[in-house]
Design a protein around this ligand. Structure first.
Ligand SMILES: [Mn+2]
Length: 219
């Protein structure tokens, strides 16, 4: 029997919210978890978040879509992105949890960040960090659209009929945003909001925050 397909919005180093959610979700080996990216930066616990995701990879199917924050952090690791730009976007908190230097980041953490993919799709859904350029096939989408372009709610449905599940654009309401053919589940956990996990087969969502609170809802 196949399990759930669970999309997880931008975690941004919020390990308490992630752990609260995982306790409630009771993941099984046949569940498939799709990370929408931006697991790092801003929150206090990037290191703990990556440790937890590495564990998760051991007992269920995990797909990790790359966010702009993974792109920036990898750029800093590889020397192709300005440290100052990254530090202004929540990088300082990452340094703090690796004793002040990325030199202390375990190799398996860097390897995990490098393992992220551009997009993931099923017959019925496309999972992407930020947005898609209209009319461009999935395999030809550019980083600027995939990882940086904000969701406005005015996007057109895909011609394939697949629903797009995205993150990146924080919803200050704390609730997922829906428009025709699109759902955005970045619900601002690093600010005053929630971390959202959406069961795409039932449209039920599960949320936790950094105070350890938990709630559920339907799209
Ligand atoms: Mn983002």
């Amino acid at each position: 029997m196949s399990g759930r397909i669970l999309a997880l919005g931008d975690i941004h180093g919020c390990d308490t919210a992630l752990d609260t959610l995982l306790v409630q979700l009771q993941l099984a080996a046949n569940d498939c978890v799709v990370l929408l990216g931006d697991v790092v930066d801003r929150g206090p616990g990037t290191r703990q978040v990556i440790d937890r995701l590495l564990e998760l990879q051991q007992y269920c199917e995990l797909h990790f879509v790359r966010g702009n924050h993974e792109q920036m952090l990898l750029g800093v690791l590889d020397g192709t992105f300005f440290d100052t730009g990254w530090l202004m976007h929540g990088g300082q908190e990452v340094l703090d949890c690796y004793e002040g230097s990325l030199d202390n980041m375990p190799a398996e953490h860097a390897d995990f960040l490098r393992s992220a993919v551009e997009t993931y799709e099923t017959a019925t859904e496309v999972f992407v960090h930020a947005n898609l350029e209209p009319g461009v096939p999935l395999a030809e989408q550019h980083a600027k659209w995939l990882r940086w372009t904000r969701y406005t709610g005015q996007e057109l449905p895909l011609p394939t009929g697949q629903r797009v599940i995205c993150g990146h654009t924080p919803q200050s309401s704390g609730l997922p945003a829906r428009s025709r053919g699109w759902v955005c589940i970045d619900t601002f956990v690093y600010g005053t909001g929630w971390l959202t996990c959406l069961d795409v087969l039932t449209d039920e969502f599960f949320q936790a925050d950094e105070q350890g609170r938990y709630r559920t809802g339907m799209l």
